[in-house]
Design a protein around this ligand. Structure first.
Ligand SMILES: Nc1nc2c(ncn2[C@@H]2O[C@H](COP(=O)(O)OP(=O)(O)OP(=O)(O)O)[C@@H](O)[C@H]2O)c(=O)[nH]1
Ligand SMILES: [Mg+2]
Length: 304
């Protein structure tokens, strides 16, 4: 066996192991999560989140962006959060096949994970999942999540760059999103720009985002992309790099890391509280809210 193929098979084994670990982590209890958490010596990966309404073209876009970026000296992992609706599982499988086809001749690692019972479209164990991928030494993680309501808050804390992908017909969906969602994005993409309405929508969004400038904040670029237009994918990839540079110049990296750690602990504690409440017998008499609170709080401090 040559050195190169030996290395390739070792990498293959490592990735199969990671894939198995991620399936475990995605379904783990809090106690298991804490056991599986590997933090020591981890070099942070660049984390890029893609969010947006269902069908906006996020998976297709991530596949193309990953292909463009994999051509550089970068190891890339794609983590897609599967909303786990039986109605869409067929579509998701098709999605995955499309991504695999585009990335067939690359070394990009792809994994889709169920979102569990989480109401916000993100896996409750996402912080653990990202930490595990990071600990495995990937340089860059591309995360796909369906953006509805709250989701951006979670994604915001866990990623460095947040790309909001919209289709040209997403006007109503933007209205339906919580106010401020547009402003949380670092890059806005009007995708499927081969369809009518894209230019107009991009201009409308730019007008809205101009308000940020008046408030002394960064104004996110609004790009037009199309899956089959390599130049537009290249522009998006460049915009991601520009945002990485902007972060390095303007953000306190240690503070961001601290916020992320706190978000991670918050999600572990939220899950732990849910576990304890779910474990209460249905017919257990609970004298008062204050008493039940004290009971749960005591169990948490006992298990910590
Ligand atoms: N016309 C056009 N269609 C596209 C483009 N990119 C993706 N699509 C199509 O849009 C549909 C949805 O694309 P996906 O990539 O699955 O979208 P998604 O946002 O990942 O969807 P969910 O994960 O289900 O929310 C598919 O049929 C794609 O082929 C594009 O640039 N132009
Ligand atoms: Mg998708």
């Amino acid at each position: 066996m040559s050195d190169a193929s030996e290395t390739a098979s070792v990498v293959g084994i490592g990735r199969r192991q990671l894939a198995r670990d991620l399936s475990k982590i995605a379904r783990a209890s809090v106690a298991e999560s804490l056991q599986l958490l590997r933090e020591a010596g981890t070099v942070p990966a660049r984390r890029i989140g893609f969010t947006g309404p269902p069908g906006a073209g996020k998976s297709t876009l991530i596949g193309r962006v990953a292909k463009a970026r994999a051509a550089r000296d970068e190891s890339i992992a794609i983590i897609a959060i599967d909303p786990s609706s039986p109605a869409t599982s067929g579509a998701l499988l098709g999605d995955r096949v499309r991504m695999d086809a585009v990335l067939a001749d690359t070394d990009v690692f792809i994994r889709s994970l169920p979102s569990g019972w989480s109401a916000d479209g993100l896996s409750d164990n996402l912080a653990d999942v990202l930490a595990a991928v990071e600990a495995d030494g990937f340089g860059e993680i591309l995360l796909e999540s369906v953006g509805v309501g709250q989701v951006e808050n979670g994604a915001r804390a866990l990623v460095d760059t947040l790309v909001l992908a919209l289709g040209p017909q997403s006007g109503d969906q933007i209205q339906a999103m919580k106010a401020g969602v547009l402003e949380t994005a670092d890059i806005v993409v009007v995708n499927k720009c081969d369809l009518p309405g894209a230019e107009r929508m991009a201009q409308d969004i730019r007008n809205v985002l101009e308000r940020n400038r008046a408030n002394g904040r960064r104004v996110a670029p609004v790009l037009l992309t199309r899956a089959n237009d390599e130049a537009s994918i290249g522009q998006l990839s460049n915009a991601i790099d520009e945002h990485t540079q902007w972060r390095a110049a303007h953000l306190d990296v240690a503070r961001v890391a601290e916020t992320r750690k706190r978000f991670h602990v918050r999600s572990l504690l939220t899950r732990r509280v849910a576990e304890l409440i779910d474990a209460l017998p249905d017919d257990a008499p609970t004298a008062s809210v204050a008493e039940l609170y004290a009971h749960i709080a005591k169990q948490i401090s006992g298990s910590g």
